[in-house]
Ligand binder design. Structure first.
Ligand SMILES: C[S@@+](CC[C@H](N)C(=O)[O-])C[C@H]1O[C@@H](n2cnc3c(N)ncnc32)[C@H](O)[C@@H]1O
Length: 321
């Protein structure tokens, strides 16, 4: 009876809910297509890996889970000095046409050439992780290093590799695996750095994703994930209001958008990551105390720990165990 009342109230929210989810997706697509967003994302993962996870050089082979609407994070990695970039997504969302890639590459190049500070919370208020300093990471990306990685001939090679996805061009290779189903798309132990931004909260099969990333990573490589545990527009009352929906109603809502959040709490991510054979190096959590009251939780979530209930994001970096 009580559940029915909740379902009726939640169903009455569906038009509003769909509007919010779609608006959020549009904003996400616009961000992912912007050079400054991709630069901000890549340099957050890179600088924190250098500061807290022992990274002492720019990784050579980088894989990104869920790039979304552009391959800009990968382009930033290539301009930083990487020579291999694998993008893996459930659908091919980034346009194949070279126009967007050319524009993004040109804009990113200017940002690196200017040693532009990392765009911070004034420009991207919802982007996490927050940093202690948004200064350009000169210690890792020294003038000598960037002199080589941004050389005109190398930038041309990156441009050519983007136009010939999957083929190696003058030592640079860009591969776009979308959709990907088989971990075999990347050779085991061949990747130095795995990055994802606001992706793992959307992945249906977390065990497979964490095991695949572990298989791709070389011994001592780093996996760097920002996981956004908020409701992604599915609740207008609480940042974690997605835990109010009973499973049947959630399945109905999610049916329309398969890459909507999986509703797993932070502890599940930590468990799956360690089960897959990772050792955690950095664990930075964002906590909030303005979430859904316990008595509003749908039955499967009533046993969430206080920590799970209050953690709205985690930035986690891990290496091979
Ligand atoms: C919220 S978007 C984030 C996109 C981008 N990283 C950004 O920062 O804007 C989530 C992305 O995760 C992708 N995704 C969902 N499940 C995935 C999976 N199993 N493997 C790879 N990507 C996945 C979605 O297709 C989508 O591109």
């Amino acid at each position: 009876m009580y559940l029915k009342a909740i379902e009726r109230r939640l169903i009455s929210h569906i038009p509003h809910w769909l509007g919010q989810v779609l608006r959020r997706a549009r904003r996400g697509r616009a961000d992912a297509g912007s050079a400054r967003y991709c630069y901000a994302v890549w340099l957050r993962h890179l600088t924190l890996a250098a500061r807290d996870a022992g990274l002492d050089r720019v990784p050579d082979a980088v894989a990104e889970l869920g790039p979304g609407a552009s391959l800009g994070v990968g382009l930033a990695a290539l301009l930083s000095g990487a020579s291999r970039y694998h993008a893996l997504d459930v659908a091919r969302d980034a346009p194949d046409e070279p126009e967007q890639t050319r524009r993004l590459l040109d804009e990113l190049l200017v940002l690196f050439e200017r040693r532009e500070p990392i765009p911070g919370p004034t420009e991207f208020p919802r982007l996490e992780p927050a940093l202690e300093s948004y200064a350009f990471p000169h210690e890792l990306l020294t003038d000598d290093h960037l002199g080589r990685s941004l050389a005109a001939s190398r930038v041309e090679a990156i441009r050519a590799a983007c136009a010939a996805l999957g083929a190696e061009t003058a030592g640079i290779r860009v591969a776009y695996h979308a959709p990907w189903h088989d971990p075999g798309v990347i050779e085991p132990g061949s990747v130095d750095f795995i990055v994802s931004q606001a992706v793992l909260e959307c992945v249906d099969d977390l065990a497979t994703a964490y095991h695949a990333t572990r298989q791709w990573l070389r011994t001592g490589g780093i996996a760097s994930h920002q996981i956004d545990l908020r409701s992604h527009g599915t609740s207008d009352r609480w940042w974690n209001g997605h835990w109010e929906y009973p499973p049947r109603l959630w399945a109905f809502l999610r049916g329309a958008r398969p890459s909507l959040i999986n509703r797993e709490p932070v502890s599940t991510h930590v468990q799956r990551l360690t089960d897959a054979g990772f050792r955690i190096l950095t664990d930075r959590r964002t906590r909030r105390d303005d979430g859904i009251p316990r008595d509003r939780l749908a039955p499967p979530f009533r046993r969430l720990s206080d920590d799970d209930l209050a953690t709205s994001a985690i930035f986690i970096q891990a290496t091979t165990a």
